[in-house]
Design a protein around this ligand. Sequence first.
Ligand SMILES: *[C@@H]1O[C@H](CO)[C@@H](O)[C@H](O)[C@H]1NC(C)=O
Ligand SMILES: *[C@@H]1O[C@H](CO)[C@@H](O)[C@H](O)[C@H]1NC(C)=O
Ligand SMILES: *[C@@H]1O[C@H](CO)[C@@H](O)[C@H](O)[C@H]1NC(C)=O
Ligand SMILES: *[C@@H]1O[C@H](CO)[C@@H](O)[C@H](O)[C@H]1NC(C)=O
Ligand SMILES: *[C@@H]1O[C@H](CO)[C@@H](O)[C@H](O)[C@H]1NC(C)=O
Ligand SMILES: *[C@@H]1O[C@H](CO)[C@@H](O)[C@H](O)[C@H]1NC(C)=O
Ligand SMILES: *[C@@H]1O[C@H](CO)[C@@H](O)[C@H](O)[C@H]1NC(C)=O
Length: 349
Amino acid sequence: MIVSVFKVILFCLYASVNSQGTIALPQNVSAILAFGDSFLDTGNNNYISTVLKANFLPYGNDFMGGKPTGRFSNGKNIADFFAEGLGVKEFVPPYLDPSLNDSDLLTGVSFASGGSGYDPQTARILSAIPILDQLDLFKKYIGNLTKIVGEEATMNILNNSVTLLCVSTNDFIVSLPVNTSQNDVLNYDRKLVNLSLTVIQELYTLGARKIAIFSAPPVGCLPVERTLFGGLLRTCVQKKNEAAQLFNSLLKERLPILANSLPQSRVAFVDFYNPLITVIDNPQQYGLQVTNRGCCGTGLLEFVFLCNRLTPTCPDDSKFFFFDSIHLSEIGCNIFVNQSLPGLVASLL
Ligand SMILES: *[C@@H]1O[C@H](CO)[C@@H](O)[C@H](O)[C@H]1NC(C)=O
Ligand SMILES: *[C@@H]1O[C@H](CO)[C@@H](O)[C@H](O)[C@H]1NC(C)=O
Ligand SMILES: *[C@@H]1O[C@H](CO)[C@@H](O)[C@H](O)[C@H]1NC(C)=O
Ligand SMILES: *[C@@H]1O[C@H](CO)[C@@H](O)[C@H](O)[C@H]1NC(C)=O
Ligand SMILES: *[C@@H]1O[C@H](CO)[C@@H](O)[C@H](O)[C@H]1NC(C)=O
Ligand SMILES: *[C@@H]1O[C@H](CO)[C@@H](O)[C@H](O)[C@H]1NC(C)=O
Ligand SMILES: *[C@@H]1O[C@H](CO)[C@@H](O)[C@H](O)[C@H]1NC(C)=O
């Protein structure tokens, strides 16, 4: 209670909303750094050997007039909208893009890779860049910055950057069997939370100071999960949602303990569960029509290579929360980021 009152006061002090409805930031953010899975991958998978790619239409249908980039969306994704909302830039380039210039690097990149998870087995099954390998890329990136602006300026950039960490969804999709006992779910969630804390600690050690950790989304309500395990009515898969919620509560409980042990850090828990459930249950309130299937093809199963030029898309993707059977549409990403940004600013800046 005291903590939440304090947060509200902080919010009022720092995150005043101006007349355009955009957020006035209390300090400038120098760069945005994204780690994790396809929700934040802006094209890294284009450069690795994996079937989890999105560098063909209809992905990118609404990106600069129809340009597939490897984002798992019809347009911009969550990393882009956070970067824009934080006043950094409109697009976050993938670190593996060989054509990056110095200013791209100085304002931040994405290290995220579609299919990655906290559980090393997840990235192995899906041939994604494991989260620990993403940290190795971060080390290289720091070397790149140091070469451009020197050591001290690099530390300053890191200190004033916002780091996003969105992982776990694929762990629940591919590594946690649907029929696991409650006790095994608890143990698995504990393991994921431990791995998450290890990653946060390592990001801090490398220089990140303002770190936003996404919770798990309502995995059981992803269209593909409804189709595979939700019965004829395609209801949300409760077991998966419960596993995600348990992970979220364990993470929320342990995060402040870790954060208190990291001097000069701000660590934010980004609720990626409740905002999504709220939109899924109340589409009209957000100007949407469909939240239980994707826009691509039938919307029931199509994603990555199953969603392609031969699968016709819905007539108006701005009415769909999901673009394919796993990933949010551009409008879905925008709605989520608009809901989360004030809280993220209040806790990090
Ligand atoms: C998100 O917020 C921005 C800035 O206030 C606004 O321009 C945009 O229309 C909002 N988008 C959605 C989908 O609510
Ligand atoms: C952010 O940077 C701009 C341009 O450098 C500057 O004009 C502005 O005062 C800064 N804002 C804050 C809150 O530091
Ligand atoms: C760097 O590349 C971006 C596109 O990624 C471009 O907008 C920008 O103008 C380039 N900057 C320089 C200095 O070349
Ligand atoms: C970053 O540094 C690595 C070496 O650690 C180098 O291979 C790579 O080309 C550099 N990237 C850029 C964009 O300069
Ligand atoms: C890091 O940034 C915070 C505010 O953003 C500032 O108070 C602190 O002195 C900075 N630390 C370093 C080492 O630059
Ligand atoms: C789940 O487990 C129960 C009992 O342990 C069993 O009856 C049921 O068939 C299993 N369902 C699936 C989909 O494996
Ligand atoms: C997670 O970490 C805690 C404390 O650091 C430890 O006691 C526990 O055994 C770990 N659990 C798993 C499943 O790794």
